[in-house]
Design a protein around this ligand. Structure first.
Ligand SMILES: [Zn+2]
Length: 215
């Protein structure tokens, strides 16, 4: 069944919805600026707007964990992205707090990581990076508030598991970048040989403090 429109289909994404996603695709792969954080590669598939925004809100907030397969399959169908994912040893989902996990029932980034794992040598590690504090949901805050809100909330556990490994941090949405920056700074303490970041969508409209994200 198609995860988006519900049409019966052997795939988790029907032909019609696939075309829609293709039309909205805005693949970005680049080397981030130093100021963006301690990571060396950044990948994003969409701009966070229109149907993509609706899709990700459904996935994250409307109890539709099955959309992980729909989105994940689309991601690994993108050759340039898939080839890059393959070069990593570990996929690390951005963690959510225990409280949030209990409310939502799933970590959207972990489910995505499971869907985009490209080969058996690659591992998912959702133990090494942990969120140790419950904080105000980032989406309710401005850019400046987010930066302060997120500081020091991640911890690295069993850091030897990432030493000299190529690690790819996975998240659904890149908004102001403060979550990613904080996670990468934490991961860097474990001395991985490379840190990459993969997000489904990037919010291009966020500029400074003026925009509140309404979800
Ligand atoms: Zn469909």
């Amino acid at each position: 069944m198609c995860g988006i429109c519900g049409k019966l289909d052997t795939n988790s994404l029907c032909g019609k919805c696939r075309i829609q996603l293709e039309e909205h695709k805005q693949i970005q792969t680049n080397q981030p600026k130093e100021s963006e954080g301690e990571f060396q590669e950044f990948m994003s598939l969409f701009s966070y707007e229109g149907i993509i925004r609706d899709l990700l809100i459904d996935y994250k907030f409307k109890e539709k964990p099955y959309l992980a397969r729909t989105i994940g399959n689309f991601i690994i169908d993108q050759k340039t992205i898939q080839e890059k994912i393959q070069t990593y040893d570990l996929l690390i989902p951005v963690p959510i707090s225990k409280k949030r996990k209990k409310e939502r029932g799933y970590n959207q980034s972990l489910l995505l990581a499971k869907e985009i794992k490209t080969n058996s040598k690659q591992q998912i590690n959702n133990q090494c990076l942990v969120k140790v504090q419950n904080i105000i949901e980032q989406s309710k805050l401005t850019k400046e508030e987010r930066k302060l809100n997120i500081q020091g909330v991640y911890r690295l556990k069993n850091e030897q598991t990432i030493e000299n490994k190529k690690v790819l941090l996975i998240d659904d949405i890149y908004t102001t970048g403060s979550t990613i920056k904080e996670c990468c700074q934490t991961l860097a303490k474990g001395k991985p040989s490379k840190i990459g970041v993969l997000v489904v969508a990037k919010d291009e409209l966020t500029r400074g403090n003026e925009r509140m994200i309404e979800v």
